[in-house]
Design a protein. Structure first.
Length: 753
C-alpha cells in the first residue's frame, strides 16, 4: 500500500545504479529513464523494496545487512517455493529472477511481479461490513486449506523440508533463536519451551507444505472482491505439520483482549463481525476434507505463541543492532513476555474446557457489570423485600432491578443462555452462570432467571411469544400435589380437544415465578386424552397458557422453609379449571411433552448446577472471612483443625463439581442433550449435595448468625436444598445413572456372556 512506502532507510541503502545495470538485461522496462527504488515500511524480516519504472512495478526482497542468526533470511528458499507455487496456479506473485551475486547490492536478492490489491494491516478489519469481514476471513482459510492440500512431489518440493518431526524441530529452532537474540531473561519463555518439548503431539508425521507465517496481513486481496490474489512472505516456509500453520493463523483470537503486539494487531477474541476461530477451523477442515476435530489443539496454539514471541525477540534484536527491516521494530521487545505468558496459560491450564474467545470477552463483561452494578445493589434489593414483607408489593420487581435490567440490555448482556442469540456455547454460558450464581437476583438482571423454558420456546420457533417474553418471566407448570411427580408419567392434568380449542383441567404447584405481576405465560405439562396408554412417554403435551385466561386460578403461594421466596416470584399452586386455549397454543404437537421437557431440562439443569457452584464459592468466602475474624478457646476459628478441614474439603468439593459440570457442558455442546444425559444426571446430584454441604459448613462456622437474616446463608441453604428435589429428586437421577452405567459396562463384555 502506497502509504507504507518510504525512501530507502539509511541502514538498508545499496548501489541503485548497480541494480539497474544488472536488471537491464534480464527484465523488461528497466532501461527506461525512470527507475525509482523505495522501501516498504512493513515486513519484519527480509527488507522489501518497490522498483518502479515508467511502465511497470516490481518488488525486490533481500537479506538484511550485517550479522544474522544462522539459518535465517534464506531468500533463495523464498524464490524456489514461490516459483513452484506460481507454476501450479497457487496465488503468489510471479518470481522473475534470483541473484546470488552479493557484489550487485551487497546481499542475495530476488525480484517478483508487483501485485496490486488490498492488504489489511489491521486484522480486525474496521470500516468493513460484517459480510465483508466474514468473506475475507473465509477466503483466507480456504487458501490455507488449498496450500496444505498440494502434492509436494508434483510441486518438485519433496526435498524442501525435513518431513516428519516438524513440531519438535520448531520447538528446538525457536528456543535456539530466542536464546541467541534474547536481551533479557523471560522465565515464561523458558517454561513454555520446556512444556512444549515435554508435550509434543502424538502424531507429528503428517507432512504438507507449510507457510510458517500465515497471517491476514501477509495476503493481498482483490481490490473489490473477497478473493486472495497473492500470499506473501515465504521466508519461514518448509514442510511439516499443517495444524501448526492453522494455529498460527488463528492465534490472534486467543490473545488477551487488552494485548496487542502492535497498535493495529490487537486480539480478535469477541471482535464484532469477525467469524469465530471454530467457524474458520470448520471451513478449513471442510476444504481439506478432514474431520473437524483438532487433536492437541492447545499444543499448536501454545507453539504459535512461542514462535511469535521468538520472532518478536528477533525483530527487537535487529533493532538493537540497527539492521531491522521495519520502522516499528522497537515496539516488539515489549511483546515477548505477554506472548509467552498467554502461551503458558493455554498450555498449562486453560486448555481444559476452554471458553471461546467471545465467551471469555462476555464473561469479563459480566464480571465487571456484577462488580460495578449488581453487588452494590444487593442492600437496596434486600431492603425492598423487608419493607414489603406480607404485602402484595413484595411480588413486584424492585425499581433498582428494572434499572439494572435496562443497563444489562443496553450493554448487550441479555439472553446469554440462548446460543442462537448470544453466540455462546453451553460451556461458555456455564462459566457465566457460575458468576451470576453469586447473587440471588443476578440471573434476572441478564434475563437468564429461568433459561430452560424460554430456551425451548426459542428453539421451537414460537417467535411472537419469544418477543413478548424476552423481558418477562414465565412459569413452568409440571409438578402436581395429587400424584407423586418424581415419576413424571403420573401427571394427570388433562388436555382434551374441542374443535379448534384445547381444554385443560387440573392442579399444579411449585409453579415458580407466577407471583410476579409481569409473569404472563404458563407452560403447562398435560396428559393428552387422545393418546391413551400405548406409550407412557407419548401421553403428555406442553401447552402455552396466558395466565389471564379464564379458568386460571392462582390459589396460593407455597413457602420454602417458611419463606415465600418473593425475590424469585414465589412458587404457586395453580388450578386450571376447564381452561380453553387455541389449538395453536400446543408446543410441537400432542404427545411430545416429555421430548420437550428433556430438551429444556438438559441446559436448565446445567445452568442451575453452575449457579450452585457460584453460590458455594460465595458461601466459602463468607466461611473463611468468619473463621479469620472470630476466636474461640484462645485461637482463631480456622486454627481449629476441624474447621480447617471443612475449608479444605469444601474447596475440593467445589473444584470437583465445577469440573464435572463443565464436562457435562462440553458433552452438551459436542453431542447434544440425549448423549449427555448421564453427565447431566451426575451433576444434578453432585451440585446439590456439594452446595448443601458447603453452605451447611458456613452456617456452622457462623453459629447463630448463620441462621439469621444478617447473612445470606439461610436463604442460600433453602435454595440449594430445594435443588435436590427440583427438576427430579436425587434418587431418580441416581437410578438413571445406574441404568446408563450398567448399559455402558455390559456393552463391553464379550457377546457370549
Amino acid at each position: 500500500m502506497d502509504e507504507e512506502i518510504t525512501a530507502v532507510r539509511e541502514q538498508h541503502q545499496f548501489n541503485i545504479a548497480n541494480l539497474q545495470k544488472y536488471l537491464s538485461d534480464k527484465l523488461r522496462d528497466i532501461n527506461s529513464d525512470t527507475f525509482i527504488v523505495k522501501q516498504y515500511g512493513k515486513g519484519q524480516s527480509n527488507p522489501t523494496f518497490l522498483l518502479q519504472t515508467s511502465k511497470r512495478r516490481y518488488v525486490l526482497r533481500k537479506k538484511p545487512p550485517g550479522e544474522l542468526l544462522p539459518g535465517a533470511h534464506k531468500v533463495d528458499r523464498e524464490y524456489r517455493v514461490q516459483k513452484a507455487l506460481f507454476e501450479t496456479g497457487f496465488p503468489v506473485p510471479e518470481p522473475l529472477l534470483f541473484c546470488a551475486d552479493q557484489s550487485v547490492i551487497g546481499t542475495e536478492f530476488y525480484v517478483m511481479e508487483h501485485v496490486q490489491g488490498r492488504i489489511f494491516r489491521d486484522i480486525r478489519l474496521p470500516g468493513l461490513s460484517v459480510a465483508e469481514q466474514v468473506a475475507l476471513y473465509v477466503a483466507a482459510a480456504e487458501v490455507l486449506a488449498k496450500l496444505h492440500s498440494l502434492d509436494l512431489a508434483a510441486l518438485g518440493l519433496g526435498d524442501y523440508g525435513r518431513g516428519p518431526g516438524y513440531c519438535k524441530r520448531q520447538v528446538s529452532t525457536w528456543t535456539k533463536q530466542y536464546r541467541a537474540s534474547s536481551h533479557r531473561d523471560v522465565p515464561a519463555m523458558d517454561r513454555l519451551s520446556d512444556w512444549l518439548m515435554n508435550n509434543l503431539p502424538t502424531n507429528d508425521s503428517e507432512v504438507t507444505l507449510v507457510h510458517g507465517d500465515f497471517r491476514l496481513d501477509n495476503l493481498v486481496f482483490h481490490p473489490t472482491e473477497a478473493r486472495v490474489l497473492a500470499v506473501l512472505d515465504w521466508e519461514l516456509s518448509t514442510t511439516g505439520q499443517p495444524l501448526a500453520d492453522l494455529a498460527y493463523f488463528l492465534m490472534p483470537f486467543y490473545w488477551p483482549s487488552h494485548f496487542s503486539i502492535l497498535d493495529s494487531m490487537g486480539g480478535l477474541g469477541g471482535a464484532e463481525g469477525v467469524p469465530s476461530p471454530t467457524d474458520l477451523a470448520a471451513v478449513y477442515s471442510r476444504c481439506r476434507g478432514i474431520p473437524p476435530s483438532l487433536p492437541q489443539w492447545n499444543f499448536f496454539l501454545a507453539l504459535a505463541m512461542f514462535k511469535m514471541a521468538g520472532i518478536a525477540q528477533g525483530i527487537y534484536a535487529r533493532f538493537l543492532l540497527g539492521n531491522a527491516s521495519a520502522a516499528d521494530a522497537h515496539k516488539f521487545g515489549q511483546s515477548v513476555e505477554p506472548l509467552a505468558e498467554a502461551g503458558l496459560r493455554i498450555a498449562e491450564g486453560s486448555q481444559l474446557f476452554q471458553m471461546t474467545p467471545k465467551g471469555r470477552a462476555v464473561l469479563h463483561q459480566v464480571q465487571q457489570f456484577m462488580k460495578q452494578h449488581v453487588f452494590p445493589a444487593q442492600q437496596e434489593v434486600a431492603e425492598f423485600y423487608v419493607k414489603n414483607a406480607g404485602s402484595q408489593a413484595r411480588w413486584r420487581t424492585p425499581p433498582i432491578m428494572e434499572e439494572l435490567k435496562t443497563r444489562a440490555r443496553a450493554a448487550g448482556l441479555w439472553n446469554l443462555f440462548l446460543p442462537a442469540v448470544s453466540g455462546l456455547s453451553q460451556l461458555d454460558y456455564a462459566h457465566i452462570a457460575e458468576e451470576t450464581g453469586r447473587c440471588f437476583f443476578a440471573p434476572e438482571v441478564f434475563n437468564c432467571q429461568a433459561p430452560g423454558w424460554l430456551c425451548v420456546i426459542h428453539f421451537i420457533g414460537k417467535a411472537c411469544v419469544l418477543i413478548q417474553m424476552r423481558p418477562l418471566p414465565s412459569t413452568a407448570c409440571s409438578t402436581e400435589p395429587d400424584v407423586s411427580s418424581s415419576d413424571a408419567t403420573n401427571i394427570r392434568c388433562s388436555l382434551r380437544r374441542a374443535g379448534d380449542q384445547y381444554i385443560i383441567s387440573g392442579r399444579k404447584w411449585w409453579s415458580s415465578g407466577a407471583g410476579n405481576p409481569n409473569c404472563k405465560i404458563a407452560i403447562v405439562l398435560c396428559q393428552s386424552e387422545s393418546h391413551g396408554a400405548r406409550n407412557r412417554h407419548k401421553q403428555h403435551s406442553m401447552v402455552l397458557v396466558p395466565l389471564d385466561t379464564a379458568g386460571v386460578e392462582l390459589v396460593r403461594p407455597l413457602t420454602v422453609f417458611g419463606e415465600d421466596d418473593a425475590i424469585h416470584g414465589g412458587h404457586f399452586e395453580i388450578n386450571f379449571n376447564d381452561v380453553r386455549v387455541p389449538v395453536s397454543s400446543i408446543v410441537l404437537g400432542e404427545g411430545r411433552g416429555f421430548e420437550i421437557a428433556q430438551a429444556r431440562l438438559g441446559p436448565g439443569r446445567l445452568h442451575h448446577c453452575m449457579r450452585a457452584v457460584g453460590l458455594a464459592e460465595t458461601a466459602l468466602e463468607l466461611m473463611c472471612q468468619r473463621a479469620a475474624q472470630r476466636s474461640t478457646f484462645g485461637k482463631r476459628l480456622y486454627q481449629h483443625e476441624v474447621i480447617a478441614h471443612w475449608i479444605a474439603e469444601c474447596r475440593i468439593a467445589i473444584e470437583q463439581t465445577r469440573l464435572l459440570t463443565l464436562h457435562a457442558a462440553h458433552c452438551l455442546d459436542v453431542s447434544g442433550s440425549k448423549e449427555a444425559r448421564k453427565q447431566i444426571a451426575m451433576i444434578k446430584v453432585a451440585a446439590g449435595r456439594m452446595s448443601c454441604r458447603v453452605v451447611d459448613c458456613a452456617i456452622q462456622v457462623h453459629g447463630g448468625a448463620g441462621l439469621s437474616a444478617d447473612f445470606p446463608l439461610a436463604q442460600m441453604y433453602a435454595y440449594v436444598r430445594t435443588l435436590r428435589i427440583a427438576d427430579g429428586p436425587d434418587e431418580v437421577h441416581l437410578s438413571s445413572i445406574a441404568r446408563m452405567e450398567l448399559k455402558d459396562q455390559l456393552s463391553k463384555l464379550p457377546a457370549k456372556l
